[in-house]
Design a protein around this ligand. Structure first.
Ligand code: HEC
Length: 390
């Protein structure tokens, strides 16, 4: 009963996380698009305006150079989408990766850690990432965008490498995404929104707002924009064992961060109407390079394997979890609905079994059922030999 309720909680949290995340990133993409599509206006108070049609209605948006001559009675703010994305994301992290640390966070083949130590490192990485990022943004590098960008890359590369030295591939990737997400939400909560509030207060009091608030707010929003695609990748990476399960998984993470950042750079430039092709070519080129680097090796001619042998390996190493009624504590049903209890079901999953146990070594999670390399090799040979049932 308890695991059943936890499954519901996980579903509801994940659903909410997606919805508020879409609202947040959607609004943020929209405002960047808006800014980059403004047309010059004859009104000198305006930075520009634009017309749009959506959902059967016509909209006219104006952006002021400084502030409107008079504060409107009602001003809309965008912040709760960001805060709720972090809150739901944090609880999901706790529920999936900390409550389920054995399955998702720990991997004794990477490092043997107690559950408590791993959770401690995970939480510390979120706080540490934020502290180092803040230190960078306040250092002398802050006035030089290129130097700051380079510093940030070093920080991210160090985080990717470090996390992959302590956690399972899945656990490392999600923490990397969580560090970036935490930085993004913190930027909203303690730089962008307070700065905007001070600007509004100054205007209401008839003073000119401090330009530094506008500059800092802009700088942090730009960072957030470039973090978006890498963060979204890490959130879905758990479905792609060839990324987090790769031997050099920290390099994959860095390469995908760069690719995502570059592709976003190109989109933002394109909105402005002047997009050189190089960020896109570099970004897509990186993705292609990864694709070729990680092509699964085809090994020597497979010698046939008896299905009996495969079946007994699956029974010993997989069935505790991948059965209609799993015996592994904390599992209410077969993970991902993958049940490996009959020859046909095993055969139907042959390619997935190979991907998960041989190529990515993501299954069994943390090698909880002590599968040997010889057994992985048997499964690989069986699949390459055509996954026959005799
Ligand atoms: C200790 C429990 C456990 C054991 C043992 C286990 N698995 Fe899994 N398996 C899981 C969990 C949990 C997931 C879901 C992972 C996720 O959420 O992406 C999973 C997912 C899978 C998937 C689907 C992956 C995807 O991304 O859709 C396959 C295929 C799989 N396991 C195969 C196996 C095979 C083959 C074995 C035996 C060699 C095995 N598993 C042993 C817990 C286990």
């Amino acid at each position: 009963m308890e695991t059943y309720l936890l499954d519901w909680l996980s579903l509801l949290l994940r659903w909410a996380h997606l919805v508020v995340g879409i609202a947040w990133i959607g609004a943020s993409f929209y405002f960047i698009w808006l800014d980059n599509h403004l047309e010059p206006s004859s009104d000198t108070k305006l930075a520009g305006d634009l017309w749009a049609v959506h959902g059967g209605g016509f909209y006219h948006v104006e952006k002021f150079k400084a502030a409107p001559p008079q504060m409107p009675a009602r001003l809309h703010w965008f912040k709760w989408e960001a805060y709720w994305t972090w809150i739901t994301g944090f609880f999901l992290l706790v529920l999936i990766y900390y409550v389920g640390a054995d399955l998702y966070l720990l991997d004794p083949a990477v490092r043997s850690l107690s559950k408590g130590a791993a959770i401690g490192i995970g939480l510390a990485s979120l706080i540490g990432g934020l502290v180092v990022y803040e230190a960078l943004c306040r250092s002398p590098l802050r006035s030089n965008d290129a130097a700051l960008g380079a510093g940030m890359l070093v920080l991210l590369a160090a985080a990717a490498w470090g996390l992959c030295q302590v956690f399972s591939g899945r656990g490392a990737f999600i923490h990397y995404g969580a560090i970036l997400g935490t930085i993004m939400v913190a930027n909203v909560a303690h730089i962008i929104i307070p700065g905007q509030r001070r600007m509004v207060e100054a205007l209401a009091a008839g003073r000119t707002p401090e330009p530094k608030d506008a500059i800092a707010g802009k700088q942090r929003s730009v960072h957030n924009t470039y973090f978006t695609l890498p963060v979204l990748f890490t959130m879905i990476s758990g479905h792609y064992a060839f990324t987090f399960g790769a031997r050099w998984n920290w390099l994959v993470l860095i390469a995908l961060t760069l690719a995502g950042g570059l592709i976003r750079v190109w989109f933002v430039m394109r909105h402005k109407g002047r997009a050189p092709a190089w960020p896109l070519i570099l970004g897509v080129g990186l993705l292609c390079a990864l694709m070729f680097l990680f092509v699964p090796k085809t090994e020597e001619q497979a010698t046939p394997v008896k299905f009996e042998e495969v079946k007994s390996i699956v029974e010993a190493r997989c069935l505790g979890c991948h059965a209609h009624k799993p015996t592994f504590p904390g599992l209410n049903e077969a993970p991902k609905g993958i049940v490996l209890d009959t020859p046909d079901r095993i055969r139907a999953q042959a390619a997935m079994i190979q991907a998960q146990t041989v190529i990515a070594r993501a299954m069994p999670p943390g090698n909880l059922t002590q599968m040997t390399d010889a057994e992985r090799a048997v499964l690989a040979r069986w699949v390459r030999g055509g996954a026959k049932l005799d």
